[in-house]
Design a binder for this molecule. Structure first.
Ligand code: URA
Length: 429
């Protein structure tokens, strides 16, 4: 087989065979296929597309291109995956809730990527928490505590790691087949038997429209089913940050608030994801029964106790779980003020994520600072008067404070009409 023929075939709009896709993935991992050849094929895929069989074959080849995890001796494990958003702290809630209900959760999480946050970074807010434990320890902790949260190891789906970087550097990220195979290859390699996907759409998501988010969800659900996994996808809005808190410490604070019973959008979405997981895994007969169980373990404190156990077992301090207000300790702050009266009609959510990211920059480089971020005072549809506070920006040292201040102000559109936003749109099964 020859990579140039494969590129030519795709360039002419023809479907690749399973063997050709396997040859491509093998060549990417061994280095036999050069980066410029890979990007050339990726660009051809972006322009000509892939059918379902090609997308499935690419997913499976990538899933098998690195380490795979066999969780069969642990029992059926659940995994939950969000396509990425701003102030999305559902994992911090979903994992302890499910684990406290006796469901096993194997959660490998990503780091912050562009404007989106990463759960692995947030777990490290618990001082000493080790996200880099071995897979053996990961499996043992799932047996012991029903759950473990670690950072996604690069050893899994090796081809995706190489291809993802090239996609990111060559303008070939935005293709449904490439996105779906990238996400599902990592999920399949991690061995879960039930996967609940949270597919975001809106200004703070990779998929800007609901239509595209549904298309991606349908594709991932079909891939999962064909791979023998029980999978469903929630379509949820990222037209505004999920909670009012953006930034590592602040987001952990908002997750703890929910585990302490505060009912807001983060609570609603987390409960929905948990109840779907309970039904899919056969632990509940229906959504209503599942929702009750979820609400129970939050209100009786079992879920937050489970979080403490998970954190302690991985070397983390539980001090901030006992005293969440510690997470709000900051140095400098500046309020962002409404320059006119009206309704919040749009929020540039990706913009808010980017500014939160930029608040950590020192001399142009991001130097992790967990106590920086943004706390919003408004949601979509809020009525504000000129002079009201829209948000507060928290920072340590900044040379470009004025710029970020203006940028943050511009993230809020104030219009004449109120704006309704539906958090959860539908479920794809
Ligand atoms: N997340 C992934 O893991 N891959 C993509 O392609 C997009 C988001």
């Amino acid at each position: 087989m020859d990579i140039l023929q494969i590129i030519d075939k795709k360039k002419n709009g023809n479907a690749l065979t399973k063997q050709e896709i396997q040859f491509f993935v093998d060549g990417v991992c061994s280095g036999a296929i050069k980066d410029y050849q890979t990007t050339s094929l990726l660009m051809a895929i972006c322009t000509k597309g892939m059918n379902f069989d090609e997308t499935f074959n690419l997913t499976i080849s990538m899933a098998n291109s690195g380490k795979t995890l066999d969780l069969s001796n642990v029992g059926d494990c659940i995994d939950k995956h969000s396509t990425g958003g701003v102030s999305d702290t559902t994992t911090l809630v979903v994992v302890p809730v499910l684990a406290s209900l006796g469901v096993k959760v194997a959660k490998m999480s990503g780091r912050s990527l562009g404007f989106t946050g990463g759960t692995a970074d947030k777990m490290e807010v618990f001082k000493g928490y080790n996200t880099e434990i071995s897979t053996e320890e990961f499996v043992n902790l799932i047996k012991q505590n029903n759950a473990s949260i670690i950072s996604q190891s690069a050893d899994f789906a090796l081809a995706d790691k190489i291809i993802y970087k090239l996609r990111s550097d060559s303008g070939t990220v935005e293709n449904l087949s490439l996105i779906a195979s990238s996400i599902m290859s990592k999920k399949i390699a991690c061995g879960a038997k039930v996967i609940v996907l949270d597919c975001k759409y809106g200004s703070g998501a990779f998929m800007k429209t609901k239509k595209d988010s549904i298309k991606l969800a349908k594709l991932m659900v079909e891939i999962g089913k064909k791979a023998g996994i029980k999978v469903c996808a929630v379509i949820s809005s990222m037209e505004q940050p999920l909670s009012n808190y953006v930034g590592n410490n602040f987001e952990v604070y908002s997750g703890l608030q929910v585990l302490n019973g505060q009912k807001n959008d983060l609570y609603k979405l987390s409960c929905h994801l948990c109840s779907l997981a309970l039904v899919k895994s056969g632990k509940s007969q229906n959504q209503t029964e599942a929702q009750k169980l979820v609400e129970q373990v939050i209100s009786n404190g079992l879920a937050i106790e489970k979080l403490k156990q998970i954190v302690k077992s991985q070397g983390g301090s539980t001090e901030v779980i006992d005293n969440p207000k510690m997470l709000l300790k900051t140095t400098n702050q500046i309020d962002i003020i409404a320059d006119k009266t009206g309704y919040i009609s749009a929020i540039n959510t990706a913009g808010i994520g980017t500014i939160s990211h930029d608040l950590q920059k020192i001399n142009g480089e991001v130097v992790r600072q967990d106590n920086t971020g943004i706390i919003l005072s408004v949601k979509l549809g809020s009525y504000v008067q000129k002079g009201d506070k829209l948000a507060t920006m928290y920072y340590n040292n900044l040379d470009n404070l004025r710029e970020l201040n203006t940028e943050l102000q511009n993230c809020f559109t104030i219009g004449k009409k109120t704006k309704k936003s539906k958090l959860i749109d539908c479920v794809i099964e």
